[in-house]
Design a protein around this ligand. Structure first.
Ligand SMILES: Nc1nc2c(ncn2[C@@H]2O[C@H](COP(=O)(O)OP(=O)(O)O)[C@@H](O)[C@H]2O)c(=O)[nH]1
Ligand SMILES: [Mg+2]
Length: 197
């Protein structure tokens, strides 16, 4: 089934697990640190700059934001973790929402775990990958902001990271730039293939 990612619309927002919408289509979940580029990737995949709010302020997205893609699937953009500038209470509440999302019994068809290619993986990233490996959930690793590197640097960096993160041979890894719009077709095709192939 061909998915037209351009036909993506905002669907809703949930600041509580109980407020998450019913599931009548496959769902892919975007996870990763605040500021890693989740909203930018939603916009880039759908070729619509105005869809998801791109924030300069880490921690601003404090809810799960849903998008519907071509009436065929949902994207759930989770609140990011690892931001320091909000109050402790907020930080706990919002990271709990992201955490609970994976254990609340929701059917998750695919997780895209985003990491900034330039940064060393955080403890949360390592923990998340470990959780994903143990959970049996299907996931892709998506390295973001790859425009910051030359092609050669990128290959070197990907090698380093896959060693550091102990990627298995069957790990599914993408390198994208929402700014330069690279790697997006591969990712769109893989999502389509995974859900409907
Ligand atoms: N250079 C570069 N910057 C990016 C890219 N994607 C996102 N950013 C920047 O990273 C910041 C955070 O992006 P955002 O999408 O709001 O991240 P989120 O908090 O994970 O949703 C913004 O300033 C974006 O402009 C990219 O592909 N390349
Ligand atoms: Mg965001």
């Amino acid at each position: 089934m061909a998915v037209n990612f351009r036909n993506t619309v905002f669907y809703g927002i949930a600041s509580d697990i109980k407020a998450c919408p019913p599931q009548d289509m496959p769902e892919i979940v975007f996870s990763g640190k605040s500021n890693v580029g989740k909203s930018s990737l939603v916009n880039a995949l759908s070729d619509n700059r105005k869809l998801a709010r791109v924030s300069q302020t880490p921690g601003k997205t404090q809810a799960v934001v849903y998008f519907n893609v071509d009436r065929k699937l949902y994207i759930a953009d989770l609140p990011g973790y690892g931001y320091a500038k909000t109050s402790k209470e907020k930080k706990e509440k919002f990271s709990k929402l992201a955490e609970d999302y994976f254990t609340c019994g929701r059917k998750i068809d695919l997780v895209l775990h985003l990491m900034d290619i330039r940064h060393n993986p955080s403890a949360e990233d390592v923990g998340m990958l470990e959780f994903l490996n143990n959970s049996g959930l299907n996931y892709f690793v998506v390295f973001t902001k790859c425009d910051k590197f030359s092609r050669q640097q990128l290959m070197k960096r990907l090698n380093e990271l896959s060693k550091e993160l102990n990627f298995s041979d069957d790990a599914v890894v993408f390198a994208v730039s929402s700014e330069k719009k690279t790697g997006l077709d591969d990712l769109r095709n893989a999502i389509e293939e995974h859900l409907f192939g």
